[in-house]
Design a protein around this ligand. Structure first.
Ligand code: SAH
Length: 498
């Protein structure tokens, strides 16, 4: 087929869907153009930016017909910042889109049958024992989907390309000039990366961030400017401050500030500490992490307390957790409680069960499970997280949960050999999903139930296929909106042995 558009041409595009990154999928005479910021059902005028053989990219110029789902994004820097992708879509539409995204993955990748989708199966009525297909519930959303994040991880840079700025793509220069009003050249800036780049957009507030975190980031930036601190530059490997990481305990209100630096020494470190403490009494922990590597990974190996405690404490559903600088801890505390409660519900515990929690982090789900199980075994690859998990169990007087550090796909097969017979296995893997060795071991151990908590619908669908082929039936899926205004969706899934 000949390509009906050329670069720089202005065309009218019909938007027929959204990619999993939230970009509009458009058609011009059957040719696919991706248009960021456009919504399904819209007709837009767009300028063609790039043309490849099968598809191209275009920039949204004007809305000719707007979707009823369109809202105006409340954030000032939404169009430049890469942090959120869906602020221009109403929250109800986001929740619908996320459910559909899950359904699409289950069908396309998992080759699974979804109840009520595409005329297959039935809509599960209450009390119906047999239904054909998996029941995918409506996405569990937030009542107030703003200011939900308890953690900010903000890259630091300089306001001018001369020292700190990374290479700026030419078409972004105009926007860059406009957004630089606040910071003078050569001044410390902190904010998120622009979409698809490492160019930092200076930010004073982030609408999905706890306001207390915003205040800390602003203050650290101010102190840094006052003390003449340099920002790390990816290109040259020079400069001191790389990231500011802030965590706030949702219930406790305790705050931790982590300065990630490209070098051990922080000049005038006492003034940093005093400045933070004077302005923000809620800060109970100030920590330095040293990362001298040329990498996108935020944290380095060396962490030391500059002032206060090594951890902050927070509470989820009445269970207390100690959280250290580098531990994984879900960023949306309200939705985390909803997610974990769902995992416990799906585990179907009566008080006697033997439960394995794989990829347990600091033992969060494990301790929720332990309240209603006989015995819980948690496994996690990061040794520090396992230390935290043990400490957290003790902190809550929970004595029926034990933890072991190591890869789940190595430790659980060994537990099997040692005679561990779980009634329920819970898995909560990172984005890449479960290791195949682990899935095979689950099949061999034959627990009555498997509860799969997933942050990535495509690897979830892939793994469900393996479990289905091995004799498990996927019963229901609860999508949970842990990250409103972004394209991420979390799922809790119940499988039973057929
Ligand atoms: N269930 C926890 C953590 C989930 S995040 C919570 O909800 O807080 C996924 C966790 O898997 C991370 O803590 C990560 O360190 C861990 N992990 C990654 N690969 C692993 C592996 N192969 N074996 C065990 N744990 C692993």
């Amino acid at each position: 087929m000949s390509i009906p558009v050329i670069k720089n041409e202005i065309v009218t595009v019909e938007i027929v869907g959204l990619t999993h990154e939230g970009e509009g999928v458009g058609r011009v005479d059957g040719f696919t153009l991706f248009v960021r910021g456009a919504l399904s059902g819209e007709r837009v005028q767009a300028k063609v930016l790039k043309v490849k053989k099968q598809y191209g990219y275009a920039k949204l110029l004007e809305l000719l017909e707007a979707s009823p789902d369109r809202v105006s994004a409340p954030c000032d820097i939404y169009n430049q910042c890469g942090g959120c992708q869906l602020q221009h879509m109403s929250y109800e539409a986001q929740l619908r889109w996320k459910r559909q995204h899950v359904v699409d993955n289950l069908q396309r990748i998992g080759k699974l049958q979804v109840a009520g989708a595409d005329g297959q199966g039935v809509n599960a009525g209450a009390g119906r024992a047999e239904q054909s297909g998996i029941r995918v519930h409506d996405t569990l959303g937030m009542t107030d989907p703003w200011r939900y994040r308890n953690k900010a991880q903000v890259p630091v840079g300089m306001s001018d390309a001369g020292f700190g700025g990374s290479a700026v793509p030419s078409r972004a220069k105009g926007a860059r000039q406009a957004e630089r009003s606040a910071a003078a050249d050569g001044e410390l800036i902190a904010g998120f990366y622009a979409q698809g780049s490492h160019r930092i957009i200076d930010m004073d507030r982030c609408l999905i961030q706890d306001e207390r975190n915003d205040a800390v980031v602003r203050l650290v930036k101010q102190i840094g400017r006052r003390l003449g601190i340099t920002a790390y530059d990816e290109q040259s490997g020079r400069g001191l401050l790389r990231h500011v990481v802030v965590r706030t305990g949702y219930v406790s209100g305790e705050m931790m500030v982590v300065l990630v630096t490209n070098g051990s020494r922080i000049p005038q470190v006492e003034q940093w500490i005093e400045g933070i403490r004077a302005e923000l009494p809620a800060v109970t922990s100030i920590v330095q992490n040293v990362n001298k590597k040329n990498t996108n990974v935020i944290f380095g190996d060396e962490t030391r307390v500059l002032w206060g405690q090594e951890v902050i404490y927070d509470e989820l559903d009445g269970i207390r957790f100690a959280i250290s600088a580098r531990s994984f801890y879900q960023v949306n505390p309200q939705q985390t409680v909803a997610l974990y409660r769902k995992a416990v519900e799906y585990a179907g515990l009566t008080g006697t069960e033997n439960v394995i929690d794989a990829y347990c982090g600091i033992g969060t789900i494990s301790l929720f499970l332990a309240r209603q199980a006989g015995q819980v075994y948690g496994v996690e690859i990061v040794p520090e997280a396992i230390e935290d998990a043990k400490r957290n169990a003790a902190l809550n007087g929970i004595d029926n949960a034990t933890f072991e550090a190591g890869p789940a796909e190595v430790v659980i097969p060994r537990w099997r050999q040692e005679g561990n017979k779980p009634d329920v296995i819970v898995v909560d893997p990172p984005r890449k999903g479960c290791d195949n060795e682990l899935l095979e071991t689950i099949l061999a151990m034959q627990p009555e139930r498997v509860v799969y908590v997933s942050c990535n619908p495509s690897t979830l669908a892939r793994d469900l296929r393996v479990l289905e082929d091995g004799g498990y039936r996927t019963v229901e899926v609860q999508p949970v909106d842990m990250f409103p205004h972004t394209t991420h969706v979390e799922c809790c899934v119940l499988l039973v042995r057929d």
